[in-house]
Design a protein around this ligand. Structure first.
Ligand code: ATP
Ligand code: MG
Ligand code: MG
Ligand code: MG
Length: 562
């Protein structure tokens, strides 16, 4: 591609709202442009990188027999009402009416659409298991769209859905998909960890998030370099004590709605307004008790709380318990007990766990401040403790450390939740109608693109790994008025094209300084500069990432690149 014929609007200055590296460099290097808050266009370079990422995803999906489809972004509200998410998703769901005032949504994800389709099309166990996926635009009216592509309101997701006759079959596909995700993120060059994650109040049998390590990540993970253990800190506290049950998850039981007056008291106590979103709730899900204390826009908890308001059993922490809560900056705590532990909740665990979170800062979780023996000497369960930095990992293989992560993907054993709600039955090998078991698996494609930039940039711009770079070679002609230079550059351009090497040719009538600066910004892995020694057939070859330079003769260029 000739640079004179494409659109790469590089910027000298960093736009004011671009406060993280990926947002800044993708704007400055002309990959994306913002249209509205959280809504972006991908310009030619951005689109090429997306395609590279998508190609890797498609290859790995094919290896696990996942079939690509394309479902509508525009979806009838009826399906969402059937699943219950019309109410549960709240303002994050983009809703609209057609000219006849019929209600629609712009898909935030596609469990409803895919489950209703499979309900109608798959009637026999002989068709199962079946895995379908798509790469498509998703819409979520995020409360705080920010960080460029990392948290958009319109973004690109690869979403896959698997359908099974049994939980055993789901477990197999889950393992396959876990491996496929590991392959995808490894091939993309990301430094990432799959972590044990919270399946939230809606239940589910198990879930992992794939976290790209980055200081701008909104999640905190506990992991160890010398062991396979890694967990979202939301879960790290409790997993060892209460390993996830292998039972099929049940739905929430008993109903009561959080009471505004109690919430106000809790909020007053913290010195926060309800608008700020301070919430402290103890609730009962299946055979577990969960305490959620949240402030600000901790979205995971928001979703839990929304689910909760309609759930059958919601008990607020009492005023007395709330009084135990000192300080602010809370996060959430995952499942903390089985029925036998109810007493603990009532007597000590609430206080203990709530106090434990007082060590948390606004950025995340740092359980630093509580010493169970010291603070709760009479507590029978003083041995319940959170994983801390420096602890031995649960498998005993290494020391725990904390890091920030960007959630680039998630795999989830959904179980029968959607299949039951939407009536997705099949006839099993005994001819008996049975509810399907499902898994769902997402990759944030556009978020992944930005995460790569978070990990691959320097002070001058992006330093793409070659498997996702928009082009492999950036060919520069330094002075396009000099005939020897343009002749040689044209010849090399043709040669590269003939070899099937993806090349961006900066043939513009710009100054050398501008070309070099743009080239560094854009971040193509190899640069070939045709300049002063063109008449002798010599060019300069430079590796973007390392800065390593060599002069080579034009006749050696191809072999140098290979
Ligand atoms: P988050 O916790 O960051 O809000 P999520 O858990 O709500 O993400 P999922 O429902 O698991 O997201 O969606 C699958 C994937 O889609 C996520 O792992 C993430 O990579 C991506 N994703 C989710 N929300 C956004 C967004 N607003 N912008 C860009 N990518 C997103
Ligand atoms: Mg979200
Ligand atoms: Mg999440
Ligand atoms: Mg997720």
């Amino acid at each position: 591609m000739k640079q004179s014929k494409t659109l790469i609007p590089t910027l000298k200055e960093t736009p004011a709202d671009a406060d993280i590296a990926s947002h800044k460099w993708l704007l400055r290097a002309g990959y994306i442009r913002q249209n509205a808050s959280g809504v972006y266009s991908f310009l030619p370079l951005g689109k090429r990188v997306l395609q590279k990422i998508e190609a890797i995803i498609r290859e790995e999906m094919a290896k696990v027999s996942a079939n690509e489809i394309l479902m509508p972004a525009l979806q009838s509200a009826d399906l969402w009402k059937e699943s219950g998410r019309w109410d549960k998703m709240g303002p994050e769901l983009m809703r609209l009416n057609d000219r006849h005032e019929r209600e629609f949504v712009l898909g935030a994800t596609h469990e409803e659409v895919v489950t209703s389709m499979i309900r109608d099309e798959v009637k026999s166990y002989k068709k199962l298991p079946l895995t379908l996926y798509q790469i498509q635009t998703k819409f979520r009216d995020e409360r705080r769209p920010r960080f460029g592509l990392l948290r958009g309101r319109e973004f690109i997701m690869k979403d896959a859905y698997s359908f099974h006759e049994s939980f055993e079959s789901l477990d197999e596909s889950y393992q396959d998909m876990f491996q496929a995700y590991t392959n995808v993120f490894t091939r993309l060059g990301l430094n990432f960890r799959p972590v044990i994650a919270d399946s939230g109040a809606i239940g589910g049998k198990g879930t992992h998030e794939f976290m790209a390590l980055s200081d701008v990540g909104e999640d905190t993970i506990a992991f160890s370099d010398s062991s396979n253990y890694a967990a979202n800190v939301e879960m790290a506290a409790v997993l060892d004590q209460y390993p996830a049950s292998n039972e099929e998850p049940k739905e929430l039981t008993k109903v009561s709605t959080p009471n505004q007056k109690n919430m106000q008291e809790v909020a007053d106590f913290f010195g926060h307004s309800l608008d700020e979103g301070i919430k402290a709730l103890l609730f009962h899900v299946d055979d577990r008790y969960i305490l959620t204390v949240t402030r600000g826009d901790h979205e995971v908890n928001e979703i839990k709380l929304k689910n909760l308001c309609e759930a059958e059993s919601v008990e607020l922490a009492t005023e007395a318990e709330s009084k135990e809560i000192i300080g602010a900056g809370f996060g959430s705590l995952g499942p903390i007990g089985t029925p036998e532990k109810v007493e603990v909740m009532a007597d000590h665990a609430v206080k203990y766990l709530v106090n434990a979170t007082c060590g948390a800062n606004e950025d995340g979780f740092h359980y630093t401040n509580v010493n169970p023996e010291r603070d709760f000497p009479n507590t029978k369960y003083a041995d319940i403790r959170f994983i801390q930095e420096g602890d031995l990992s649960p498998d005993g293989e290494g020391k725990i450390k904390f890091a920030k992560g960007i959630e680039v993907g998630q795999v989830f054993k959904l179980g029968k939740l959607y299949a039951e709600k939407l009536g997705a039955d099949f006839l099993n090998d005994q001819g008996k109608a049975t509810t399907m078991v499902m898994g769902c698996y997402g990759i944030g494609v556009s978020r992944t693109l930005a995460s790569i930039v978070e990990q691959y940039h320097d002070d001058n711009g992006i330093t793409w790994p070659k498997q996702v770079a928009p082009f492999q070679v950036h060919l520069l002609v330094l002075n396009s008025k000099k005939e020897d230079q343009t002749l040689l550059a044209d010849a090399i351009y043709k040669k590269l094209l003939a070899e099937g090497i993806e090349v961006l040719y900066d043939d513009r009538a710009e100054r050398a300084g501008v070309k070099f600066a743009d080239s560094d910004l854009i971040g193509i892995p190899q640069r070939i500069t045709v300049g002063k020694r063109a008449s002798e057939g010599f060019v300069e070859c430079k590796v973007r990432e390392t800065g390593e330079q060599t002069e080579c003769h034009e006749s050696e260029v191809i072999s140098y690149l290979k």
